[in-house]
Design a protein around this ligand. Structure first.
Ligand code: NAD
Length: 488
């Protein structure tokens, strides 16, 4: 019996192709399941459209909708260990990372519940003695949420929680490689008492199931996290349908070491920023800029720190870097490193799979640092989504800003300096949606997140995170009792 999927509040076998969830550490099978079919998409969207309009949900006040999210948050924290282990099986991240991701999903549900309870409409300043106006937020309807494989429960919750808090229904399509966490999340929402139909989870191929979902006439918003080319494709579909999108896309983020940086702090932050999650993070700090006078000293220490990182089984305590999601992805990372060698880059460390026989069955790749590449090389420009860092030099601030901003992406940037005046000057010039100063890859759900340029459209998180799933309705209230219109 294959693992059931969740359609319109019912657990049943999908009617699509068989997909297999594998443990990237040894390629063993976690679960086999029948993916959703086009008929399943139709059933899920039809159920979702009925569910958000159902008076049982539509008439719930915001604080009553919030109750479901508070309960989900509690359930997640009660099952933190089991869920972290499941996520580690699903995508191979070390347990220390998946624990943090699972806890962050609980925090997102709690924050969005609180934000929902306190979401206020607007009472604009009056412009006439004849009437007053106010604006309220209403749900959009059915939301198509599409997520990638690198942080399943966190990115799923980042969409599902604000969308449900805003009174919508959600059809979630997780990545093919990682269907299990999204299905588990559906189980938790069901236990928390979410009315049937408000959430469906449809594992399946993006180009088939994802495509049919976003094109469905009843879908009123696309909320997507994934690669830039997929995001662009979805934006075209949304434009045809005249619906909104929220696009969290790729990155090639610069991290900058200034002359006054605390080198030890910077080097550890740089290593964490690129090598945690095996570099499979949209915000990975994959381009390192070091002032030319400090270059040798910073690189020497960075190489020492990198050589001390432990690559290994993701369920073993103390492991820093687990396997990549699968061997096809490792091949793609490895091809980029070969390309760097051809482009004149020098691989200073890594640049291959580990030779430890215990790791031979998994899709591991060593943390890799490359120098000597021209800034316009393919490896400096394209998102590799693996543990590969390119190191570059800069002469002065103008040279730094020119190089750092010379990218189609603009997701994040890191600055290491003890001079806060300089930090703020740089931060204001960098074209990125998130700037970390003397820290990196840290998140607060209260703080808006999203990309500049081809890294995305719209913002997730923060109090505005719910409004992204709502539309304003303005109401004019006449106050003048004399008949209006032309005098006759
Ligand atoms: P991807 O774009 O290949 O797939 C993401 C999701 O989109 C998957 O569920 C996939 O099945 C679906 N999909 C693919 N083609 C589709 C189509 N034609 N129609 C509808 N759905 C489709 O990305 P990926 O390889 O899973 O993830 C890695 C990418 O995600 C990287 O580029 C990374 O930077 C990005 N990412 C961005 C953020 C962010 O917040 N900015 C966070 C995590 C990952």
């Amino acid at each position: 019996m294959s693992h059931p999927i969740y359609i319109g509040g019912h657990w049943r076998e999908g009617r699509g192709d068989v997909i297999v969830s594998r443990f990237p550490a040894d390629d063993s099978i976690n679960a086999e399941l029948r993916a959703a079919s086009l008929e399943d998409v139709e059933d899920a969207v039809t159920a979702a459209d009925a569910a958000w309009r159902d008076p049982g949900w539509a008439q719930r006040l915001p604080h009553q909708r919030a109750e479901v999210l508070y309960r989900v948050s509690d359930l997640i924290m009660q099952q933190l260990d089991t869920l972290s282990r499941l996520q580690t099986r699903d995508n191979g991240k070390p347990l220390s990372e998946t624990r943090a991701l699972v806890a962050s999903a609980a925090g997102t549900a709690r924050y969005m519940a609180a934000a929902c309870e306190t979401l206020e409409g607007e009472l604009p300043t009056r412009r006439s003695a004849e009437f007053m106006t106010f604006s309220e937020y209403e749900p959009l309807g059915v939301i198509a949420a599409i997520t990638p494989w690198n942080s399943p429960i966190a990115s799923d919750m980042q969409k599902v929680a604000p969308a449900l808090a805003g009174g919508n229904a959600v059809v979630l399509k997780p990545a093919e490689a990682t269907p299990l966490m999204a299905l588990k999340l559906a189980e938790l929402f069901e236990q928390a008492g979410l009315p049937k139909g408000l959430l469906s989870v449809l594992p399946g191929r993006g180009s088939v199931i994802g495509d049919a979902l976003v094109r469905h006439p009843k879908v009123r918003k696309i909320s997507f996290t994934g690669g830039t080319s997929t995001g662009r494709h979805l934006a075209h579909i949304a434009a045809d349908k005249l619906i909104g999108t929220s696009l969290e896309l790729g990155g090639k983020s610069p991290t900058i070491v200034c002359k006054s940086a605390d080198v030890e702090q910077a080097v550890r932050g740089i290593a964490y920023g690129i090598f945690s999650s095996g570099g499979q993070a949209c915000i990975a700090g994959s381009r390192l800029f070091i002032h030319e006078r400090q270059y040798n000293a910073v690189m020497a220490r960075l190489l020492e720190v990198t050589s001390g990182l432990r690559v290994g089984h993701p369920e073993t305590d103390g492991v820093h870097i687990g396997p990549l999601i699968n061997t096809a992805h490792r091949d793609s990372v490895s091809a980029y490193v070969d390309q760097a060698r051809q482009e004149g880059g020098k691989v200073l460390i890594g640049g291959q799979a580990p030779d430890d026989p215990d790791l031979a069955g998994g899709s591991y790749y060593l943390p890799t640092i490359i120098e000597g590449l021209p800034a316009n090389s393919q490896v400096c420009r394209e998102e590799i989504f693996g543990p590969v860092l390119v190191a570059l030099k800069y002469k002065d601030e103008a040279d730094l800003i020119r190089q750092a901003n010379d990218s189609v992406y603009g997701l994040a940037a890191g600055i290491w300096t003890q001079d806060y005046r300089q930090a703020l000057t740089l931060a204001r010039q960098l074209e990125a949606g998130t700037i970390w100063i003397n820290t990196y890859k840290k998140f607060a759900i209260s703080t808006p997140f999203g990309g500049f340029k081809e890294s995305g459209l719209g913002r997730e998180k923060g109090r505005q995170g719910i409004q992204a799933y709502m539309q304003q309705k303005s109401i004019y209230l006449g106050l003048d009792s004399t008949p209006m219109g032309w005098s006759q």
